[in-house]
Design a protein around this ligand. Structure first.
Ligand SMILES: Cc1cc2nc3c(=O)[nH]c(=O)nc-3n(C[C@H](O)[C@H](O)[C@H](O)COP(=O)(O)OP(=O)(O)OC[C@H]3O[C@@H](n4cnc5c(N)ncnc54)[C@H](O)[C@@H]3O)c2cc1C
Length: 388
């Protein structure tokens, strides 16, 4: 059995596939994926319609991360127009929806996965699923990758795109974090991102009702609004969701990080909180005590159930929801934090371990709303692929 390859890529969603497609055909590539099937996440993306990018991208407005300025040179190398050309050249039609969202015309993310699998295999790539990587190391000039069944693969180059720790039911379980530490890389505290907000008030009576409304996120400290948006909000059991809440959660995070929390933190009990969860614990306690959602309804636009539930009328079209928490890591769509880009070259190659590359969500740049994340991933995967 062949165990030495020119390149090993850890994981088989668009990341591994696109990176392998963009790399020279002469190089023998191996993709190792822990899931039984490749691309589990691609099939879920964009409610299975795959929101592949956005036509209107502004780095400062749409992305997050201390190194997001790197996106200026990265998008010069590969951006939304390049990924649209890639799909067009390969017979996949993309349509533009509201707010510039680029979606598969077929509304079927399988189409995307099948294309990437076909082109990857045509480009000298062997894809092994059911192959969870349990350890990686560099011995001399070779990288050694050990899978759960004890097989040792070696390669001249290694690409780690194993994602974050959010939505772990699709295999993203924090593994890349350990390996990156093995290679002496700085790990920025990971944050659950694109996550729903839990209200103290039980809204289960109006579950799955969506309302067009004005959302204001109020600081109980300044009594001022830190975020205002008009957009549908979805009530679900005891939490509120929808892109309006994703964006709102980002604004809350920006607000929290603009404050001096010394006094607030000094009152918290960290005795049972692991070191790498302290930041998460501070944020969760902060929103519980200091953030309120103000919802302003337009009576004629909302379902009777909501009018009755909140006892709304001409005089009373506003309600205030106090927050209890963020939803769990398992429900967060993306992880922000991780590997600092300034420890990588412009080829996203490690400055500490030549031949080691990182791409995708494992890097410390993330989209403010989910439809900017895949574009960042396509771009980083392209850059790695072209430099292998
Ligand atoms: C439900 C959902 C829908 C989304 N929809 C969209 C969308 O429409 N548009 C958009 O822009 N973004 C969307 N996102 C975000 C987007 O999917 C991610 O930003 C993107 O997938 C990141 O890609 P990645 O390759 O970096 O890592 P991930 O997609 O997180 O993948 C990591 C992969 O690595 C594998 N892996 C991890 N550890 C190991 C190991 N030890 N051994 C082997 N394999 C391993 C995992 O099995 C997994 O397959 C969505 C996210 C979710 C959860």
């Amino acid at each position: 059995m062949q165990t030495h390859y020119d390149i090993i890529i850890i994981w088989a969603w668009a990341a591994g596939l696109f990176t392998s497609i963009e790399s020279p055909v002469s190089l023998r590539k191996l993709i190792l994926e822990k899931n039984k099937n490749p691309g589990v996440k691609v099939l879920l993306s964009g409610w299975e319609r795959a929101n592949v990018s956005n036509i209107d991208i502004e780095v400062e407005r749409d992305y997050f991360g201390q190194n997001k300025k790197a996106l200026i040179w990265m998008f010069k190398k590969f951006n939304q127009y390049d990924i649209m050309s890639f799909f067009a050249e390969n017979g996949i039609n993309i349509v533009e929806e509201d707010r510039g969202r680029l979606i598969l015309e077929s509304w079927d993310s399988r189409e995307l996965l099948e294309l990437l699998l076909k082109k990857s295999k045509e480009n000298n790539t062997n894809i092994l699923c059911n192959s969870p990587v349990v350890d990686v190391m560099k011995i001399g000039e070779k990288f050694e990758v050990i899978t759960g069944d004890g097989i040792r693969y070696t390669s001249d180059k290694l690409v780690i795109t194993s994602g974050g720790k959010s939505f772990s039911q699709v295999g993203t379980t924090w593994d890349g974090y350990k390996w990156a530490e093995n290679f002496w890389h700085t790990i920025l505290t990971p944050h659950r991102w694109l996550c729903w907000l839990v209200s103290k008030k039980d809204v289960s009576e109006i579950s799955w009702v969506s309302c067009d409304l004005k959302l204001e996120i109020i600081s109980n400290i300044s009594k001022k609004s830190i975020y205002t948006e008009f957009w549908p909000l979805l009530f679900t059991h005891f939490w509120v969701s929808g892109p309006i809440i994703f964006n709102g959660a980002v604004a809350i995070w920006e607000y929290i990080n603009s404050l001096d929390l010394t006094d607030f933190v000094s009152l918290l009990d960290f005795s049972k909180i692991p070191e790498n969860e302290k930041t998460d614990y501070i944020e969760r306690n902060f929103i519980k005590e200091n953030i309120t959602l103000k919802l302003t309804f337009t009576l004629e636009k909302i379902p009777k159930r909501v009018v009755a539930f909140f006892e709304l009328n001409e005089e009373n079209i506003e309600i205030f929801l106090e927050l209890q928490d963020y939803r769990t890591w398992k429900e967060a769509k993306v992880t922000w934090g991780w590997i600092s880009i300034d420890e990588l070259t412009n080829a996203l190659e490690s400055k500490l371990f030549p031949g080691l590359y990182f791409a995708g969500e494992i890097l410390d740049i993330t989209g403010k709303t989910w439809w900017f994340n895949l574009q960042f991933s396509w771009t980083s995967w392209h850059i790695v692929g072209k430099n292998l």
